[in-house]
Design a protein around this ligand. Structure first.
Ligand code: ADP
Ligand code: MG
Length: 202
C-alpha cells in the first residue's frame, strides 16, 4: 500500500530531477517553443515543495496530489502548468480521502489523470506533446513502475521525428520535425521519479 509519505517522496524526487534537468528542458523548448519549459517547471515544483511543507501532516495521498496540482496551476504561466496541474489534481481526486491506496488504485487514478490532460489540451498520442510519454507510461504501469518510467522515456524519444500538432510547437508545422518535445521529456522525468520512489532509490 502507498501512503502520504510515498506521494511526498515522489513529488520531492520530481522537484529534484526538475532542478537537475531544468536547463536541458529549456534548451529543448528553444527551437520549437519559447525557451521557458525548464524555468516553468522549476518555479512550479519549488512552489509544490513549499505547499507540501505547509500541508497538514495528516493529509491523505489524494489531498496532497490535489494540493500539488492546484499549486502548479496557480504558479506556472505556460501551457504545462494547467496540464500537469490537471494530471495531479485529477489523480488526487480519484484517490479520494483514503490514507493508503493500492498500486492498482494509484495506476487507475493516474490513468484518469492522463485522460483529463488529453481532454483539457485536446491532444492525442502522435501530436508531439507530453501525452506521447504519459500515455505509454501509464499504460506500462500495469507491468511495473520501472516499466512505466522506461516506456515514458522511449515515448519522449519517439517525439523527435513527429510533426507537432498542439501547443506552441505546432506553429512551426514540419519545422518541428527533428526536435524532441520538451513536455514529453519532462513527463518521462516525472514517471522516472515515480519509479525511483517505488523502488526506494529516490
Ligand atoms: P508554453 O508552451 O506555454 O511555453 P511550456 O513550455 O511550459 O509551456 O510547455 C510546453 C509543453 O507543453 C510542450 O512541449 C508540450 O509537451 C506540452 N503541451 C503544449 N500544449 C499541449 C496540449 N494541448 N496538450 C498536451 N500537451 C501540451
Ligand atoms: Mg515554453
Amino acid at each position: 500500500m502507498r501512503d502520504a509519505g510515498f506521494v511526498r517522496r515522489w513529488l520531492e524526487a520530481a522537484a529534484v530531477v526538475v532542478e537537475r534537468e531544468a536547463d536541458r528542458l529549456t534548451e529543448l523548448d528553444s527551437p520549437i517553443g519559447d525557451a521557458d519549459h525548464g524555468a516553468n517547471l522549476l518555479r512550479g515544483f519549488a512552489a509544490v515543495r513549499a505547499a507540501l511543507a505547509g500541508a497538514e501532516p495528516a493529509a491523505a495521498p489524494g489531498a496532497l496530489l490535489q494540493l500539488a496540482g492546484r499549486t502548479l496551476i496557480s504558479t506556472v504561466g505556460g501551457a504545462s502548468g494547467p496540464l500537469y496541474g490537471t494530471l495531479l489534481r485529477r489523480t488526487g481526486k480519484e484517490l479520494g480521502e483514503a490514507a493508503e491506496v493500492s498500486d492498482e488504485e494509484l495506476r487507475k487514478a493516474l490513468y484518469a489523470g492522463v485522460a483529463a490532460v488529453a481532454q483539457l489540451g485536446g491532444a492525442a498520442p502522435g501530436d508531439k506533446t507530453m501525452l506521447d510519454a504519459l500515455v505509454p507510461g501509464v499504460t506500462a504501469l500495469s507491468t511495473s513502475y520501472r516499466a512505466a518510467g522506461d516506456a515514458a522515456a522511449a515515448g519522449a524519444r519517439a517525439t523527435t521525428p513527429m510533426t507537432a500538432r498542439k501547443g506552441r510547437a505546432s506553429y512551426l508545422g514540419e519545422r518541428s520535425i527533428g526536435h524532441q518535445d520538451p513536455g514529453a521529456t519532462s513527463a518521462a522525468l516525472l514517471l522516472g521519479a515515480l519509479a525511483d520512489t517505488a523502488e526506494g532509490v529516490a
